[in-house]
Design a protein around this ligand. Sequence first.
Ligand SMILES: Cc1ncc(COP(=O)(O)O)c(C=O)c1O
Length: 386
Amino acid sequence: MTAFSFSSRLPLEDAESSVRALLGDPSRMNPRVVDLTRTNPTTAGFSYPERELRRALGSDGVALYAPEPLGLASAREALAEDWRQRGHSVATDAIALTASTSEAYALLFKLFCDPGDEVLVPEPSYPLFEVLARLEGVRAVGYPLVYDGAWHIDLDCVRRRRTPRTRAVIAVSPNNPTGSVPAPSEFAALAALELPLVVDEVFWPYVFRRHESAIGTEAPLVIVLDGLSKRAGLPQMKLGWITLAGEAVLVSQTRDRLELINDNYLSASTPVQLALPELLALGQQVQAQISARCRSNLALLNQMLAGSAAQALSLDGGWSACLRLPDVLSDDEWALSLVSEAEVLVQPGWFYDFASGSYLVISLLTPPDDFVEGARRLKLHVDSKL
Ligand SMILES: Cc1ncc(COP(=O)(O)O)c(C=O)c1O
């Protein structure tokens, strides 16, 4: 047989865990299992304004292809206006459109890194960092978030993990899955590293207090990521955006390079860009439903787990809740015993790089009946093991 070689950037893992295999293949799942891992808003029982969405995508101009590497000016103007409404003045040409936030990371890694370079990423956090970096030949180096009743960035460790190959530092606010929002003083400390500061704010509308964007951080260069996926509950539209702030020269050097890279892909579709002002407005209806569900599920969870050995960690926002369990079992063992014995599916903390201890992650997007039943089974199961 002919043999080809494939890029070593592709991290083909062995099946590390049977929970991972189960999550990758829901058809293998026992239908009685209550799934507390669903994070796709389009299949979580929210009501979408379908007719209006169809109309928004059929606007004048959809038959014309006149691409702009940073994205259509009309869409970027809508986003500059969106920033204005949030109290920040951002120039239209400090915004670049992408097909998603994940793609934004790929663009930024191409922009700042050579193969073998490093970026600092929070842990626990978004599980895709490692693979997104690796696909660009870049190494994601974790820095810890630590919990003492609230989450903090271990800033000493950030400084220690910085090397001559570090090209950017990434923060997520609110973070996935911890729901934690870094304090302004933590952003200031990250800014003092004098590296490009990339802040993923895709979950910003889902915080319990007012969210202050990191765009206002005094730093040489701040890069804020956002997109339709979370804020409008519209991941299928495939549109994200990158906003640049900081010293004018650095902003303009970064913008020019982004323009150059984007010009080779032009991946944001014209109909979605044309529809963006309307999608932002329509998305508010979806956002409000998601927000209400996350809050009510969280309140139920805290009530239901009162007095249990499963403890919900406190959070500032987001779509997930993290649970600390007694470490009589590892997080993988807890997740496996929960699915096989209690028929409830959860994610083990190691998916998100929890460094130690037994943590589980559950989705606050879960439809309420399932959420209550899943939390009930979880509590009974955990308490029965002690
Ligand atoms: C922190 C964070 N950033 C980005 C994304 C992906 O966003 P997009 O759908 O725009 O790629 C996710 C998805 O879960 C996420 O958790």
